[in-house]
Design a protein around this ligand. Structure first.
Ligand SMILES: NC(=O)c1ccc[n+]([C@@H]2O[C@H](COP(=O)([O-])OP(=O)(O)OC[C@H]3O[C@@H](n4cnc5c(N)ncnc54)[C@H](OP(=O)(O)O)[C@@H]3O)[C@@H](O)[C@H]2O)c1
Length: 343
């Protein structure tokens, strides 16, 4: 029997990407689609023309009772701050429901950390300890038993995959500089003047330098993989492309590490991983090669100083950085082949 799956926030960028992946998933029946600005249920093709003439339920205004009734699993693809209200209401109505949240509400372990990062008081703090962080390459076993899953952020996915082998080997010897660039879809679909075409096209700009809400998530994840959380100095940039994200990480090394030693750490971590591709020596990743996929491409080298490692990773912010990884997590949670509907 197919799994009844719903998407809340289906008109957004990650919601549409989920729809694209899930409608071809053989184990999934899309049973519920919801967004916000709707007076009455609308056919999908009227709001999202790319999905016209496909057998899909209408998009309706989100109603927790209807969602809980119609879904075994619900994806929440909403701006942060909403899921922490919605999740307790859904679980109260249907304790068995499985939830995958693509926003930041359940990624950090502490309510104080959440307040610091997002400037909001957490409304479901007791659930923070129960949510499972969904980075499959490092937390696969716990993901398999998850009922409430926090899907990682796009920047934290690219950064954690680039740094985790060094964190596990305790080779990080000081603050790590992460210089990252993301396409404009990373900011979501809602209208913001600073993201209009004329403001973004033909320019590049850093934002929230060393103040981005994803920084604590990166430190927390690496602290769980290694024995200590390295300090991250994070400079995200907005670049004028639709999608794609690249994270260039500069790591001061603890102790000696040769080029082949560095490579061996990454091969041990990722050789069997279906969605991480280590590039040959001297090659560096390109967002064009990962866009529309669930891959993370990684290039790496020891700097000529001999004292730093340089690791650069690229993902599709809407793929491995959001919806693709969420589907990978769903596959693990329900015992489907991990790569189903992702290759
Ligand atoms: N974009 C990325 O690359 C990316 C990557 C990783 C994680 N994320 C995270 O994923 C989440 C979704 O991001 P996004 O980029 O897809 O956002 P988005 O494009 O702005 O879409 C947001 C969606 O949420 C709906 N919505 C807003 N308020 C709602 C409410 N009160 N009730 C029901 N639906 C509501 C919107 O519906 P209407 O259209 O009706 O307003 C829309 O469907 C965010 O938390 C984001 O941080 C995004």
């Amino acid at each position: 029997m197919q799994l009844n799956v719903g998407i809340v926030g289906v008109t957004g960028y990650t919601g549409q990407e989920l729809l694209r992946r899930l409608r071809s998933h053989p184990e999934v029946r899309l049973s519920y689609l919801a967004a916000r600005r709707l007076a009455r249920p609308e056919p999908v093709g009227r709001l999202l023309p790319a999905f016209a003439k496909q057998a899909l339920p209408k998009i309706e205004r989100f109603d927790p009772a209807a969602a809980a009734r119609q879904c075994d699993l619900l994806f929440l693809a909403l701006p942060h701050g909403l899921s922490m209200e919605i999740v307790p209401a859904l679980r109260k109505r249907q304790p068995e429901i499985h939830l995958i949240d693509l926003g930041g509400d359940f990624r950090l372990r502490s309510a104080a950390g959440f307040r610091k990062a997002y400037g909001l008081t957490h409304r479901a703090a007791p659930l923070l300890g129960k949510a499972v962080y969904g980075l499959p390459e490092w937390f696969r076993e716990v993901i398999q038993g998850a009922e409430l899953l926090a899907n990682p952020g796009c920047y934290p996915t690219a950064t954690a995959l680039a740094l985790a082998p060094l964190a596990r080997a305790e080779k990080i010897g000081g603050p790590v500089v992460v210089d990252a660039k993301s396409g404009v879809s990373g900011a979501g679909r809602s209208v913001k003047p600073e993201l209009s075409f004329c403001e973004v096209n033909e320019g590049m700009r850093p934002y929230k330098v060393d103040r981005h809400q994803h920084q604590p998530e990166m430190e927390q994840t690496l602290g769980r993989i290694g024995r200590q959380s390295p300090r991250i100095l994070f400079a995200p940039h907005l670049i004028p492309v639709n999608r794609g994200l690249i994270a260039s990480c500069y790591v001061p090394l603890k102790g000696k590490l040769t080029q082949s030693g560095l490579r061996a750490l990454f091969e041990a971590a990722y050789d069997k991983e279906p969605f991480v591709r280590l590039l040959p020596e001297g090659s560096w990743p390109d967002t064009a090669a990962v866009n529309q996929t669930n891959f993370c491409d990684i290039g790496l080298a020891i700097a000529q100083t001999g004292k730093q490692a340089i690791v650069i990773s690229a993902i599709d912010n809407l793929g491995k950085g959001a919806a693709g990884q969420a589907v990978q997590n769903m596959n693990l949670m329900f015992g489907f082949p991990e790569t189903m509907a992702l290759t």
